[in-house]
Design a protein around this ligand. Structure first.
Ligand SMILES: [Zn+2]
Length: 249
């Protein structure tokens, strides 16, 4: 092989090996619908499941990022997947970051807005209610193990995860807050086990409340989902530009 071609192929392989790996995790799936809401669409009542919207948004985030990164999804179809299986995929693909996509729900139909989480300890009762929903398939001994693991992961990844969450959240705010009149509920620490189990810089997005009558119509709109996905992608790009040193186990 002539030196020029050799150098070209070498460059190609270095580029593909060194591309950062982003793992996007659409929450819930299969028999786990996640949050549920009944919405009137075209005059008919329809049940909306969080799992479907999470997948739809996750696919759009993948689309936005795929030219710049190696992007994987924990699920690309509607199927059951427990929290440990999601984390195992993070190990398998050697993800640099893990982004879990969810939609919020509340007994109060007036609750609304977007929020972004990173793994850390906290003392916030409202956050604890969100944790109860998202940690749903951990119980008993598993919770204790997950809590120990969470402490270790927090120690190693909290600054990177907080940075990732902040950059994504700022970009969502810029594009979404005014255009769609969505309220910014902030970046918050929480003990989501899927973030602990993933063992890498990670964030969990709650894109909006499907239990809010106005907000669910916004979230269902493909344009909103695209804008949201673009904002997340911009945050990810910024994170890798300003990336702190890798912090994996
Ligand atoms: Zn969820």
């Amino acid at each position: 092989m002539r030196p020029f071609y050799f150098a070209f192929f070498l460059l190609l392989s270095i580029t593909s090996v060194s591309a950062q790996v982003v793992l996007i995790d659409p929450g819930h799936g299969g028999s786990d619908c996640g949050a549920k809401a009944t919405v009137k669409l075209d005059g008919k009542n329809q049940v909306i499941c969080e799992k479907d919207l999470a997948l739809s948004i996750a696919l759009k985030i993948q689309e936005e990022l795929k030219d710049d990164f190696n992007v994987f999804l924990t699920r690309s179809i509607d199927r059951d997947l427990d929290l440990q299986e999601r984390a195992d995929i993070a190990d398998r693909v050697q993800a640099d970051i893990f982004i879990s996509v969810h939609l919020n729900a509340s007994h109060s139909r007036t609750s609304h807005g977007f929020e972004t989480y990173y793994l850390n300890n906290h003392d916030n009762a409202a956050v604890r209610r969100v944790e109860e929903i998202e940690n749903v398939d951990s119980e008993g001994d598993q919770i204790v193990i997950n809590q120990i693991l969470a402490d270790l992961v927090i120690e190693r990844t909290a600054p990177s995860s907080k940075k990732l969450a902040n950059l994504i959240h700022q970009n969502i705010g810029k594009r979404i807050e005014n255009k769609y009149s969505l309220v910014d509920r902030g970046v918050k620490p929480a003990l989501f086990y899927v973030l602990a189990l993933s063992k890498r810089p990670a964030t969990l997005l709650e894109a909006g409340f499907i239990t809010n009558d106005q907000e669910i119509h916004t979230i269902l709109s493909p344009q909103f989902q695209r804008d949201y996905a673009q904002s997340v992608a911009n945050g990810v790009r910024k994170y890798f530009k300003e990336r702190p040193s890798p912090n994996l186990f």
